[in-house]
Design a binder for this molecule. Structure first.
Ligand SMILES: Cc1cc2nc3c(=O)[nH]c(=O)nc-3n(C[C@H](O)[C@H](O)[C@H](O)COP(=O)(O)OP(=O)(O)OC[C@H]3O[C@@H](n4cnc5c(N)ncnc54)[C@H](O)[C@@H]3O)c2cc1C
Length: 397
């Protein structure tokens, strides 16, 4: 059992993908780094459908078949009237086993020099002369005060670190997808295809997904925009769907969770502190996919923290480098996706059926997500106007 030191250059709170990648890049770039995880280990419990693209994860970790549940070649989009479109991915996708993937990312951080503590629950920040100077955490039955120069808050959607530091982390209800997911078994499905079901009666402002873990097991879940959750709960929508689609299935696991389908926080930094991942709202606002986006942000957070240590400058002004890197890489895309989400996810059923009809003229081997949006724009004049407006707004804001 390694000894907890009195001081680290960087303390990362939360060992999800954002935290482990932040810790890895901070350590790799010379900062002494402590990574705190409150649960018994990274990836436990999993609150995720576990879908990622091959191209998204290879920059961060060598693929290990152990943490790949299935290889995905195709996506099927169902419109409200039951018609569907088959799309081939831009490259391979995977449904991961995050109970193994998240520990592999944390392990990599440790190999690069970070120290991981599990069952270590951060309970507050320490201040010296009004400046953040460390983290207070409970480790088993003892409370520790450990000093550092930079805190990285990677504590997920329910982040408290941001609030402790006085950062406004409030989400509009419409930008918080409420999710419920079962891992079902006893199914007869294709293990090569992910399915998405849209429509006001199916999942208002969101969708239902089927992500196969094998030929007979899948993550089947629903996400609904928070402001559209009324008398009928997401669980009720999902249960109705499953009753019709998989009446003989058994439930292996159930999870609930939230996804921040928002723009990134206006200011995810302050002196001596960076927020990253779900804690900073860095998810793709249309798909709700966060794993790859938060690893990219984690790299920027870890690198910036290590640069700050070298420069002996921990000011908010210096840490702006992190925001600049994010904006250059994903910022404009995320703003654009957010504007498109506002139009796309709230389309009425008739309009959605029509779009699927238009797109079904494209041979499925040519139908990628990019082609889907291009065709939508060509075939639906109202959508052209709305997307153009969204694009202009995202560029001008
Ligand atoms: C139902 C559902 C399905 C999803 N499906 C997909 C999908 O298919 N593909 C995809 O890309 N994304 C998906 N997402 C989103 C994805 O799961 C998240 O974007 C991603 O996990 C964010 O990573 P993170 O490291 O920021 O946060 P998390 O993965 O939430 O990790 C945060 C970590 O911080 C720890 N922590 C919290 N507080 C403390 C504390 N005080 N002290 C110490 N540790 C703490 C937590 O225990 C946790 O381990 C889904 C989300 C949900 C809810």
């Amino acid at each position: 059992m390694s000894i907890i030191k009195d001081y680290y250059d960087v303390i990362v709170i939360g060992a999800g993908p954002a935290g482990s990648v932040s810790a890895r890049f901070a350590a790799e770039n010379g900062a002494s780094t402590l990574l705190l995880e409150r649960d018994q280990g990274p990836g436990n419990p999993v609150r995720c459908a576990e879908g990622v693209s091959h191209n998204g994860i290879v920059p961060f970790i060598e693929i290990d078949p152990k943490w790949i549940s299935t290889k995905i070649e195709q996506a099927r989009l169902y419109s409200p009237n039951g018609d569907y479109l088959d799309m081939f991915q831009n490259g391979t996708g995977y449904v991961l086993d995050r109970t193994l993937f998240d520990p592999a990312l944390a392990n990599l951080a440790c190999q690069k020099g970070a120290q991981l503590l599990t069952k270590a629950d951060a309970i507050g920040l320490i201040y010296d002369n009004d400046k953040i100077s460390g983290v207070k955490f409970r480790y088993f039955d003892k409370i520790y005060d450990v000093k550092c120069k930079i805190v990285i808050g990677a504590d997920g959607i329910e982040s408290r670190v941001g609030r402790w530091a006085g950062i406004d982390t409030v989400l509009d209800l419409k930008d918080l997808d409420t999710c419920v997911q079962y891992t079902l078994t006893g199914l007869d499905i294709s293990s090569l295809r992910v399915d998405f079901f849209f429509g006001r009666e199916v999942a208002p402002g969101g969708y239902i997904w089927i992500f196969p873990k094998s030929k007979d097991t899948a993550n089947v879940g629903i996400g609904i925009a928070g402001d559209l959750v009324t008398d009928k709960s997401p669980k009720e929508y999902l249960d109705e769907f499953i009753e019709k689609k998989f009446p003989n299935a058994s439930v292996l696991r159930s999870v609930c969770g939230g996804v921040p389908t928002a723009k990134m926080l206006k200011n995810p930094i302050t002196d001596n502190l960076i927020l990253v991942g779900d804690a900073a709202h860095q998810v793709n606002p249309i798909t709700g996919g966060g794993i790859v986006q938060v690893m990219i942000a984690g790299q920027f957070a870890g690198e910036t923290a290590a640069e700050a240590i070298k420069a002996n400058n921990y000011s908010e002004k210096f840490l702006r480098k992190y925001i600049k890197k994010w904006n250059n890489r994903l910022g404009a895309n995320q703003s654009f996706m957010y504007s498109v989400k506002e139009k796309f996810m709230r389309m009425d059923n008739e309009r959605f059926n029509n779009l699927v009809k238009i797109c079904s003229a494209i041979p499925s081997e040519k139908l990628t997500l990019k082609e889907f949006f291009k065709t939508i724009v060509k075939g639906d004049p109202m959508m052209i106007l709305q997307l153009a407006k969204a694009f202009v707004t995202s560029k001008l804001k």
